[in-house]
Write a protein that binds this ligand. Structure first.
Ligand SMILES: [Zn+2]
Length: 299
């Protein structure tokens, strides 16, 4: 198990920096690069999957801080606010219970006359309408465990639907945010790199706040945060207590001394396709991404 930059990653990195093929220096042109890196990492691990555009969402709004609740409501379609509505396809796709229930239970849930928390609209199973953009980290590392369906299910539509597997567990243990590379004017690039990482840290801090609130199958008190700016990257591992509180009304960290401490955690920066970067990715694979470490409490 040794991670080494693949030729595909090198090609995509070169393309990301190309003034011909990435004419506008877009953030989006770095997604293929990181997608390739993460798939290479995943290939060295068991029960780990890459989830692009991971949707952080709330299962239950009842325990939300009032400010967050208010912020969410601001984004909602007024027609839907406070009104119970039928589940749409997106809701069905997100219903967390589907994986753990038999078909009859799912039918019962979906046909229920009041399936969505009408008081909050964004509650139980609904997506966070309008805030989606801000609540979708570019990538998540997902841990899944599964079992083969028993003989009793063989040859049924259910079995085909599930590709003969039953999912037993899901959690997300690392969240990644990708920003575009600094402009090609080298004189500005150090400052721009710093600024882009600053913004990525804000996003990751916000995501981490939501992650620890959402409990969307997570039930974890730790999270690995991975920030990418072009081909540069940095990471940190945080517990719930180490993430400064996010103010959902102002869209920034709430004031407090822990913000600087949080930023300082991202002190080491690597560049893809260098020996140092490969070595660090190997470190993550070896010390954080093994199944027994994903759930290890003390490190
Ligand atoms: Zn897990």
């Amino acid at each position: 198990m040794v991670y080494q930059t693949s030729p595909s990653v090198r090609v995509l990195k070169s393309r990301g920096h190309s003034t011909t093929f990435n004419l506008r220096n877009l953030e989006h042109d770095w997604y293929p690069v990181w997608n390739e890196v993460f798939i290479d990492i995943k290939s060295l691990l068991s029960n780990v999957y890459i989830y692009p555009q991971y949707f952080l969402w709330l299962r239950d709004s009842k325990d939300l801080p009032p400010a967050l609740r208010q912020k969410m409501l601001e984004h909602l379609d007024p027609n839907e606010h406070g009104v119970t509505r039928d589940l749409d396809d997106a809701d069905r796709a997100l219903l967390p219970l589907l994986a753990d229930f038999e078909d009859s239970d799912v039918s019962r849930l979906l046909s229920s006359s009041n399936p969505v928390d009408g008081d909050t609209s964004f509650g139980s199973a609904i997506t966070v309408t309008g805030s989606e953009k801000d609540l979708k980290p570019d990538f998540s590392f997902m841990h899944l465990t599964s079992a083969l369906l028993g003989e009793a299910r063989a040859n049924s539509a259910y079995a085909t639907n599930r590709a003969n597997y039953k999912i037993l567990h899901e959690c997300h243990f690392a969240i990644c945010e990708v920003k575009g590379a600094p402009s090609r004017h080298l004189s500005n690039s150090v400052e721009e790199l710093h600024n882009a990482f600053y913004i990525a840290q804000n996003d990751l801090g916000m995501y981490a706040n939501m992650y620890f609130l959402a409990g969307g199958g997570l039930q974890r008190d730790e999270l690995l945060l991975w920030a990418c700016v072009g081909a540069h990257w940095t990471w940190t591992f945080v517990s719930r207590e180490e993430v400064p509180a996010w103010d959902w009304v102002t869209g920034s960290f709430a004031s407090g001394s822990d913000i600087q401490m949080f930023r300082r955690r991202f002190s080491r920066v690597f560049e893809l396709c260098t020996p140092e970067s490969d070595q660090e990715i190997n470190h993550l694979i070896t010390h954080y991404f093994q199944p027994d470490q994903i759930h290890e409490q003390a490190r």
